[in-house]
Write a protein that binds this ligand. Structure first.
Ligand SMILES: Nc1nc2c(c(=O)[nH]1)N[C@H]1C(S)=C(S)[C@@H](COP(=O)(O)OP(=O)(O)OC[C@H]3O[C@@H](n4cnc5c(=O)[nH]c(N)nc54)[C@H](O)[C@@H]3O)O[C@H]1N2
Ligand SMILES: Nc1nc2c(c(=O)[nH]1)N[C@H]1C(S)=C(S)[C@@H](COP(=O)(O)OP(=O)(O)OC[C@H]3O[C@@H](n4cnc5c(=O)[nH]c(N)nc54)[C@H](O)[C@@H]3O)O[C@H]1N2
Ligand code: SF4
Ligand SMILES: [Mo]
Length: 711
């Protein structure tokens, strides 16, 4: 059962992004029936945000309102074909029967699970266990595949381990030169900007790599504006200049890395003029970047989705890591490569088993020792654990087809809005025999479900999250969920019981966490030394944190790689890929590049933030950013309705004319469903290693929408 509400303020964390800003929830008398009984307040003691919150965090309590959310289960009426209210036993029976029926008819692999990086560690862990132990299907994956999977794969290749940042975020303020690649924290992680300002005040330099002049780029000493999809060439061009200028840290390369010779050969083939032609970044700007980076005593490169969401995302991140390795900006204090993970628990969500190829503790599902360890904790035969399953897009792409999944349990994602080629994905979801969605609101994906189960929210349940620094933090229940709502853990417990497994699916989050600790013990992401009281007593605990007797409490690991990298020989590995074009380049029919991303006031598919009045007012709908020169060529003025067409579909949204974007590129945020849905257009071409879709570049045609044809 959910814990009783606390009469005093509760220190907890924001429901949204990977900063997991600390906040305090103060009990209040609800403004009206159904309104939340808590108000968000500052919590200055948490070091990541030091009290600051963005508008999403400030307004987070709005979605607790009964008017915004689901308060009772829904099932699809077989007669009318519409969703209607149902009791919990009725809805759970229907959900479980559908999953079991599909497994019986089409085999266990025909039942799939789709999770989310916003789920707590406990939920992610139990969802993975549910898939492997109850459903016994290999087909579980999650929306983190759309998020930082390319950076994760590149970090594992280079360092033998991936943790978003290998150091606390505060370290950013103390480096000499910071390069932000495809990251716009001024809009996506606003409180982090204080660390960028502190960096500048301490004399550090900031380089931003982004095709758009964002609010983040405006803070920079140098802004490089590559064409979308050309960062790999840019990073290689910078390495070329580092080598040509004799600025390689030969001692570091010799002592702590492997594979340099091959990387050097590849970089030498990317001479500056060639890179200028590919990227549109001038040789002069590249030289300036190399001078800023190499003149500073220390340096960091942080990538986010702009550099990663490409069909060559892994190689691109690898090339940025190469730049760090060649200059000795890694594995040393105040230096290193990091990825700004995105979702609240994008990090922990992939460490504990909702990723198709992983078991808890960041173990590989095809490693016999890993299987044996986890199977022992779960009390099952290792041979009964399924192997690796399909990646997120592949799972959705084949849904409802012979050989694909035909029943799906979806928890914590809204792919109708957020998946690439979303029109096709919506069709696939409609083709399922059975769709069960657990959500806090009636999302566009929940609208397609056969059964919708209303979930409790962040402020109504306990649970841990692992933020972008690898810091495990604790969310605390501040109030009870509404009567018709259950926790996701309670749902998994009930479904497991109905499917014949009545042990091993506790509803109590702390109990799940303790089991997760045991399952992760000895793995890379070892949480076994972390307990709820230990997290509560500190500002979180950084993994790895093994259970040890000596010292009795392992302090956790805020900084990684200072002595050695996590590869078998302790050396970081250079990557060796050369430039290649995007999966879809502009041509006569589709002459422009479309890139996509975020705005300050909306979060992801917008399921929660579109239902928040203040945020809706701040960012009420989609738009297409385009340069005045392009606008003039198209005969378009600000606010005109535009049609954007790609090989996959057509979207309509008003023009936003701005010099902040390259004339050969247009930008759309992806937070809205309907006619302005950016993902109607995006290309599902996948990175061959990470299976990350190419959200950040596809070819489009832009036209002024014919009057009266506003679809
Ligand atoms: N307000 C808000 N904040 C959020 C979220 C949200 O939805 N809204 N989501 C959270 C999540 S899950 C994530 S993953 C993070 C994402 O955080 P970010 O990665 O910062 O966000 P994006 O807007 O997706 O992309 C960042 C930048 O990449 C640029 N870009 C586009 N194409 C390219 C390219 O080819 N190369 C380069 N170098 N840059 C390119 C875009 O212009 C954009 O400014 O934000 C988190 N925080
Ligand atoms: N074009 C384009 N598309 C993109 C991106 C891009 O940059 N461009 N970025 C991609 C990235 S980085 C990401 S992370 C994805 C994210 O896209 P989605 O996976 O759609 O993420 P959300 O919108 O956060 O969806 C989370 C859903 O879970 C619900 N929810 C929240 N908390 C809980 C909970 O505790 N339990 C349950 N059961 N439900 C909960 C919310 O109400 C919401 O409906 O979008 C991707 N799509
Ligand atoms: S930056 Fe992220 S964690 Fe912090 S308040 Fe905003 S959405 Fe919440
Ligand atoms: Mo993300």
């Amino acid at each position: 059962m959910a814990p009783a509400p606390s009469p005093t303020p509760t220190d907890t964390h924001c429901p949204y992004c990977s900063l997991q800003c600390g906040m305090r929830l103060r009990p209040v008398v609800p403004a009206a029936p159904g309104e939340p009984a808590v108000a968000v307040e500052e919590r200055p003691d948490f070091p990541v945000n030091q009290g600051a919150l963005c508008g999403k965090g400030d307004n987070a309590a709005a979605v607790l309102s009964a008017h915004a959310r689901l308060t009772a289960p829904l099932i699809r009426d077989r007669r009318t074909g519409r969703l209607r209210g149902a009791t919990w036993p009725e809805a759970l029976d229907r959900a479980a029967r559908g999953l079991a029926a599909t497994a019986e008819r089409h085999g266990r692999d025909a039942v799939g699970v789709f999770g989310g990086g916003g789920l707590t560690n406990e939920k992610a862990y139990l969802l993975g266990k549910f898939a492997r132990v109850v459903l016994r299907t290999p087909n579980i994956d999650y929306n983190g595949r759309f998020c930082m999977s390319s950076a994760a794969a590149a970090q594992r290749r280079a360092f033998g381990l991936d943790r978003g940042l290998p150091f606390p975020l505060e370290d950013v303020a103390r480096t000499g030169c910071l390069v932000l690649v495809g990251a716009n924290p001024a809009d996506t992680m606003p409180p982090a900007v204080r660390h960028l300002r502190a960096l500048r005040e301490a004399g550090g330099r900031l380089i931003v790599v982004d095709p758009r002049r964002t609010r983040t780029a405006e803070l920079a000493d140098l802004h490089l504006r590559p064409r979308p999809g050309t960062d790999l060439a840019l990073a290689l061009g910078l390495l070329h200049l580092v080598i040509a200028d004799g600025r390689v840290d030969e001692t570091f390369v010799a002592d702590r890395t492997s594979g340099y010779e091959r990387a050097r050969t590849v970089a030498m083939a990317h001479w500056p003029e060639r890179v200028e032609r590919i990227t549109g970044v001038s040789v002069e700007h590249m030289r300036q970047a190399v001078a800023l980076f190499c003149d500073a005593p220390t340096g960091m490169v942080l990538t986010a989705r702009g550099g990663e969401q490409h069909s060559k995302g892994v190689d691109t991140v690898g090339a940025w890591i190469n730049l760090c390795l060649a200059t000795g900006r890694a594995g040393r204090p105040r230096s290193g490569y990091g990825c700004l993970t995105g979702q609240g628990n994008g990090q922990g969500g992939r460490e504990h088993g909702q990723k198709a190829d992983q078991l808890p503790g960041y173990r590989a599902i095809d490693d016999p020792a890993a299987r044996a360890h986890v199977a022992a904790v779960w009390g099952v035969d290792p041979d009964d654990l399924p192997g690796p399953g399909r990646s997120a897009y592949e799972l959705l792409d084949t849904a409802g087809t012979p050989g694909g999944v035909r029943a799906l349990l979806l928890m914590g994602s809204n792919p109708v809005v957020s998946a690439p080629h979303a029109g096709h994905v919506t069709e696939r979801l409609r083709a399922l025999d059975h769709l069960v969605v657990c959500d806090v609101v009636l999302s566009e994906t929940a609208e397609l479900a056969d059964v919708v189960l209303p979930s409790a929210q962040w402020a109504e349940e306990d649970g841990t999250m692992t933020n972008l620094e690898g810091r495990v933090i604790l969310r605390r229940a501040a109030l009870a969920p509404p009567p018709g709502v259950r926790t996701d853990l309670a749902v998994l417990h009930a479904l497991a019981a109905r499917l014949g497994t009545d042990k091993g699916f506790p509803e109590d989050a702390e109990e799940v966490f303790d089991e997760l600790g045991r399952a992760s013990a000895g793995g890379q992401a070892d949480y076994s030394g972390i307990t709820y009281p230990r997290i509560a007593a500190a500002d979180g605990v950084f993994w790895p944190c093994p259970a040890t007797d000596d010292p009795p409490d392992h302090p956790g690991t805020p900084r990684l790689f200072l002595d050695r990298f996590a590869t078998p020989d302790g050396r970081a590995r250079f990557a060796d890929a050369g430039h290649r074009p995007a999966a879809e380049e502009p041509d006569a029919d589709y002459p422009l590049r479309l890139t996509t991303g975020r705005v300050l006031a909306q979060y992801q598919s917008g399921a929660q933030t579109r239902r928040t009045a203040a945020l809706h007012r701040a960012a009420p709908g989609p738009f297409v950013e385009l340069h005045p020169r392009l606008a003039a060529r198209l005969g378009v003025t600000d606010g005109d309705q535009l049609t954007v067409t790609s090989r996959r579909g057509r979207a309509t949204a008003p023009a936003r004319v701005t010099t902040a974007i390259r004339p050969d590129t247009v930008f759309m945020p992806f937070h809205w469903p309907g006619a302005g849905r950016a993902n109607t257009l995006t290309n599902p071409a996948l990175d061959p290693v990470s299976r990350m879709p190419e959200f950040k570049v596809c070819a489009v045609r832009v036209e002024k929408a014919a009057a009266g044809k506003r679809s």
